[in-house]
Structures are given as structure tokens and as C-alpha cells.
Write a protein of this length. Structure first.
Length: 193
């Protein structure tokens, strides 16, 4: 006796097949070379009898597993998790009066698990918090940035001299104005604050 999903079956023969694919590249002389081995999924072939008055119901259940691609567990001489039913072949003979002989082919499936997890939905409060109706909310005064200050360049003005006069750093003056230190044009307005 064995079990496929939640269907009880009588297994006559069980064949577990493990195989690999090996790439093959031909060469001019000698053996071809291989640079990659890839494991193929395990295949389980079963020769099964479904015997009893409910054999048709169990057969329909197995066909349902196959149709929807349900992952099931097979437990017989060997146990294999996460298998899908690839093929079901029925054999009606006079030797079996109260059932059917069935060949079943199973394949092991590996399930990819995603590291992504959906966040749980946010819970809404069941009771609304009390409102402060009629109360005047305090307003915050918006602070405006101080207006920029400009200086008209005269002969002899430098970033160093302007930084001492207005209190801004030389680097900040360079960033605001984009003129090289040694060639600041005369009569140009420079931002100094």
C-alpha cells in the first residue's frame, strides 16, 4: 500500500529515475568536451492498482490533481515531496474485476521562494479620536530667507576683501558668483550675502 496525495494506491512496481544533462562540444580529434552538468528533476514511475468499489472516485481525484498541477507527496517504498502528476495511463483487463491497473509518472518540482514579503494591511482605528471642534489652531509664522545682498564691483575688490566686509566665506562667494578669483569684472553685481 502507498499513498499519493490523500489517495490510497496499491503499488506493484516503483521506479525512481535521477539524471543529468551534460553539454557536449565536438572537437576535430578525440572525445567531445563537456563544460556544464545540469541536474534534471527526479522522475518516479509507478505501476499501480486501484482496487475496490471506490476505484473510480480515487481515479478522478488523481486526474484532478493532474489537471490543476497540484503538488502532492508520494509515500511508498520511497517518499518524495512536491511532485506533480505528469502522466496517467489506465489499463482495463479481465484479470482485474473490481478496479483498474494504472501507470503514473510523477516529477519532482522545486519551488522558488521569494524574499519579498507583502506588508500586512494597516489597521484602521475602530473608534475615531475626539475632535477639537471650535478650537482655533495656533498658526506658525513662516520665516522667509533673508533677501540676498549684492555689491557692485569696484577696482581692487577681491573675494577675500568682500568676505571680510560682509561676513560670507570665500568659497560661498565663489559658488554664488562663478567668476574666477583673478578676473572679477568691474561694475558687475556680485552676491555677497
Amino acid at each position: 500500500m502507498a499513498k499519493l496525495g490523500d489517495v490510497i494506491i496499491h503499488v506493484e512496481k516503483e521506479n525512481l529515475q535521477s539524471s543529468v544533462n551534460a553539454t557536449e562540444y565536438g572537437v576535430e580529434q578525440g572525445e567531445p568536451f563537456t563544460d556544464h552538468i545540469e541536474k534534471k528533476p527526479d522522475i518516479v514511475s509507478l505501476s499501480v492498482y486501484l482496487i475496490g468499489e471506490d476505484h473510480k472516485t480515487r481515479m478522478e481525484k488523481l486526474k484532478g490533481y493532474q489537471r490543476i498541477g497540484k503538488l502532492v507527496k508520494y509515500v511508498g517504498r520511497s517518499a518524495v515531496d512536491n511532485v506533480v502528476i505528469l502522466d496517467i495511463s489506465r489499463d482495463y483487463t479481465a484479470e482485474i474485476m473490481n478496479g483498474v491497473a494504472v501507470s503514473v509518472v510523477l516529477r519532482k518540482v522545486r519551488i522558488a521562494k521569494s524574499p519579498w514579503v507583502k506588508a500586512p494591511p494597516k489597521k484602521k482605528p475602530s473608534v475615531k479620536p475626539p475632535t477639537k471642534g471650535g478650537e482655533k489652531k495656533p498658526t506658525q509664522k513662516k520665516t522667509r530667507p533673508s533677501p540676498a545682498t549684492y555689491h557692485t564691483v569696484k577696482p581692487g575688490d577681491t573675494y577675500w576683501g568682500l568676505s571680510k566686509r560682509y561676513g560670507s566665506s570665500i568659497q560661498q562667494l565663489r559658488t554664488w558668483n562663478k567668476y574666477p578669483d583673478r578676473s572679477i569684472p568691474i561694475n558687475v553685481k556680485l552676491r555677497v550675502k
